[in-house]
Every structure is written in C-alpha cells, then in structure tokens.
Design a protein around this ligand. Sequence first.
Ligand code: DX5
Ligand code: ZN
Length: 210
Amino acid sequence: MLVAPSILSADFSKLGEEIKSVEKAGADLIHIDVMDGNFVPNITIGACVVKSIRKITHLPFDVHLMIEKPEKHFLSFVEAGADYITVHVEATKTLYRLVDEIKKHCKVGVALNPATPLCSVENILDKIDLLLIMTVEPGYGGQRFIDSMIGKVKKAKEMIKGKDILLAVDGGVNDENAVELKKAGVDLLVAGSYIFKSDDYENAIKKLKI
Ligand code: DX5
Ligand code: ZN
C-alpha cells in the first residue's frame, strides 16, 4: 500500500518541515490539493508554492487539481515540479484531449466525485496512470468517509484489471477504513487529517500501510 499525505491538513506556517517529517515517516508521495474557489468553495495552493516545496523533498508530487478548466492551468503545475497531475472528470468538457496533453509532460490521473459514475472514464483507461476515487465530496479536509464508496472502489478495481493504473482514494481515510480499502484493491491512500492531526506521523503512516 502506498500512502500520500495530503498537505492540506499540514501546519502551513512550517510547511517545509511538515513535508520533511512525513518523508522521514515513510510517505511515498506528497498529495497537493489545488482548489480554485469555483470547482470547490475553497482556495488553496498555487503553482508558486509547489515550486518552492519542490526543492525540499525527493518524494514525487501528486497534484490534485480541484479547479475549473484545468486545461488552462495544468502546465504551470508541471513546470513547478508535479510528477502526477490529477484532474476531475467533472471539471472539463474535453477530458480526452486534456489527458493526452498532460501525458506529454508527466503522469496523469483522473478523479471522480462520489456521485460520478465509473463509466465516465472507461473510454480513457488506456491513457491514464492513476484513477482517484473521491470518498468525500471534494473541498475540505477532515470530512467523514462515505462508506458506500467501498463498492465503487471494488468495481473500479475490476474495471482496470490488467492495466497499469494506480487505484487511489481520497477523503476521510483512516486506519479503520484502510483495511476495507486494501481488501477492495486500493493501491494508494491519500490521507490528510489522519496523518497531520496525529502526534506520531510514522505510526500513522505505518497503520495505514498495514
Ligand atoms: C479533499 C481533498 C483531500 C483532503 C483529504 O477535497 O482532496 O485530499 O485533503 O483530507 P482528509 O484525509 O482529512 O479527508
Ligand atoms: Zn486531494
């Protein structure tokens, strides 16, 4: 099981130290939540922050774009050092082209909101590196995991069988649902508050990996 701490729940007044701490604690990737105040209510991190934290860790950056018209902005995040760019199916009218464009520069992921069906990505499965199933409505850290998403994750696993695609979940992940998620076939857990609100990052990450 891979674990990507979502820095949305980190202490932003010492972001560099927080990232170094989770790297030391066994994180596999750093998950960066980019919000624009349109696709979701909040505004969070821009490309300049990504560029600045790129210098302080060797971990791959998984940039989760929760923004409208991601085709207009993704390149600035590539230039800032993203290793994965994940875009929402709901945020673009031209997903097929967008995925191709992103793939010219880095790995590409697609994310599905809880109510968005899996069939919305079935025609692009040969192009993507990561499939992100949202297990909360995107927009905030610290929300409750939507239990019925376990069934969706199982179906997603079946759908991507035999393909080189990481199956990821994001939202409300903790050491309890991690067990179910592993059984359902998840490869990558994104977790924000569970890790950053704990007082022992290493133990928290270890528990998610078990
Ligand atoms: C939610 C974000 C998540 C969030 C997860 O919109 O995409 O990455 O930070 O935080 P937790 O793990 O606290 O739900
Ligand atoms: Zn996220």
